[in-house]
Design a protein around this ligand. Structure first.
Ligand code: ADP
Ligand code: G6P
Length: 457
């Protein structure tokens, strides 16, 4: 077992993928943002796919992390990643906001790839190692891994919502997925509701006994629990105190024509994020004259994601059209009300954007947590800034002082956006102080320590 790791993160994606020039850059999404600092602080390795098909790579080190690539063929990318993970599980777990595709072919690929991840993990783990498996792409790995290596401590964390039994039951392979998860010693969810859904499912579907959130099977106990994920508060908080970030934030506002109010959205281009709803609310506010184009600028950052999945292509076309219409109808020469960017940005540019924005608009139709909301808060030690937050984001449980909205209710959203834009400095600082207290206390380090302590107990 020499050269094997005592601690392993297993996720579909490695924390890096290839930039166009062939260099490595951070891969997208909340999972990577949250877990990368955990591994950097603890000796171990990360097992995952590096984002390109048909390429075998040797393990390598990057940014203080030891990375072990798992290859995917072109057809596996299509069937396992784009297919079962992102055209079946993703919409099913997000309240069916898009119709899930049920296909036996993609299910087979999901099983095959999960088996490969389980084998790669079994070969890389030291005796009695702690293995932490991440997210919906790898739900069969816990049971597969336990079969190969019963000595391991296995944790699983789901970064996205876990649906109610009534929705989950649509899945033709529901039993296999639940049995897969039950291979873990600890199954973690973002919200208490997710953990309860899972325990209820174990009882109703598999007839298993449980005491509260402890499920009994085969002489073992599997625990389920809520561990709301968070951000590296300290990193962002010190970043926005740097003079060059403060300067860049001012520059961003100047580039926008120094509007009275800058609104910001930062999301992967995903149909769960409610981008169309927030733009519609903004468009109507402009149209009816509640706000003027020069008075407010809306910056929407939305790097394209999972582009070959049909629903994502459709979404991209429709947001492109919507932005074009708003700017065409509401803009003036040299003045576009919506700035729409597809790029990925580094941490510094993102922090500058958060710092520059007066109103952060986070309106998912359903979201496991939403780290963007917490990142915005971490960037506002100036106690300025308003967070408009969907009640359907996991973050809504903790961030009660945000301006809460139901993104399906466009009139309500308009009202709350206006309220946030016009709030007094006193009201904003009162809310922001309380929001910051929460995020500073429950940061990503505390989240990871909490999960791992429960797993290793
Ligand atoms: P999800 O995990 O669904 O993508 P989250 O809001 O939880 O949503 O996490 C998104 C993460 O991706 C955040 O850490 C955010 O800073 C990062 N991110 C989003 N858009 C960009 C972008 N354009 N450039 C760089 N990072 C981004
Ligand atoms: C969310 C998911 C992650 C995923 C990320 C980016 O955060 O929970 O598992 O990695 O989105 O999506 P992608 O499909 O590009 O990996």
């Amino acid at each position: 077992m020499q050269g094997r790791s005592p601690f392993l993160i297993v996720a579909n994606r490695l924390p890096v993928d290839r930039a166009e020039e062939g260099t490595w850059r951070r891969s997208p999404g909340g999972l990577v943002t949250a877990i990368a600092p955990v591994l950097q602080r603890r000796e171990g390795a990360w097992i995952g796919w590096h984002g390109a098909p048909d390429e075998r790579l040797e393990p390598f080190d990057h940014d203080g992390m030891h990375l072990i690539p798992v290859p995917l063929s072109d057809s596996e990318v299509e069937l396992y990643y784009e297919g079962f993970s992102n055209a079946t599980l993703w919409p099913l777990y997000h309240d069916v906001v898009a119709p899930p595709v049920y296909s036996r072919v993609t299910w087979e690929a999901y099983r095959t790839v999960n088996e490969r991840f389980a084998r790669a993990t079994a070969e890389s783990a030291a005796e009695n190692a702690v293995v932490w498996i991440q997210d919906y792409q790898l739900q069969l790995v816990p049971a597969m891994l336990r079969k190969l290596r019963p000595d391991l401590r296995i944790g699983f964390f789901l970064h996205i919502p876990f649906p109610p039994v009534e929705l989950f039951s649509q899945l033709p392979w529901r039993r296999e997925i639940v049995e897969g998860l039950l291979g873990a010693d600890l199954v973690g969810f973002q919200r208490p509701g997710g953990a309860s859904n899972f325990v209820r499912l174990c009882r109703l579907l598999l007839g298993l006994q449980h005491q509260k959130h402890e499920i009994h099977l085969d002489g073992r106990v599997v625990r389920a629990g809520a561990f709301p994920i968070s951000v590296d508060f300290g990193e962002l908080d010190s970043l926005v105190r740097e003079p060059h970030i403060i300067e860049r934030a001012k520059e961003i506002r100047a580039e926008l024509g120094d509007p009275e109010c800058m609104l910001l959205g930062v999301d992967r281009l995903d149909y769960t994020k409610g981008i169309a709803q927030r733009l519609k609310a903004f468009e109507e506010l402009l149209c009816e004259g509640s706000i003027k184009a020069g008075e407010a600028a809306f910056v929407q950052i939305a790097p394209p994601s999972r582009e070959r999945v049909e629903e994502y292509g459709r979404l991209r076309d429709s947001i492109d059209r919507q932005v074009g219409r708003i700017n065409g109808e509401q803009g003036e020469f040299g003045l576009q009300p919506v700035q729409y960017m597809h790029q990925s940005y580094g941490r510094e540019e993102l922090a500058s954007l958060y710092l520059a924005a007066d109103v952060m608009v986070v309106t998912p139709l359903r979201d496991g947590m939403n780290l963007v909301a917490k990142e915005y808060i971490a960037c506002h030690n100036d106690l300025r800034g308003a967070l408009v937050l969907s009640e359907f984001a996991g973050a809504a449980d903790e961030l009660r002082q945000a301006f809460m909205v139901n993104p399906y209710d466009i009139d309500g959203l308009k009202r709350m956006m206006l309220t946030a834009m016009r709030a007094t400095p006193h009201d904003l600082s009162r809310r922001m102080r309380s929001l910051r207290r929460r995020v500073a206390t429950y940061d990503v380090d505390r989240w990871a320590k909490g999960f791992l302590a429960a797993l290793e107990a």
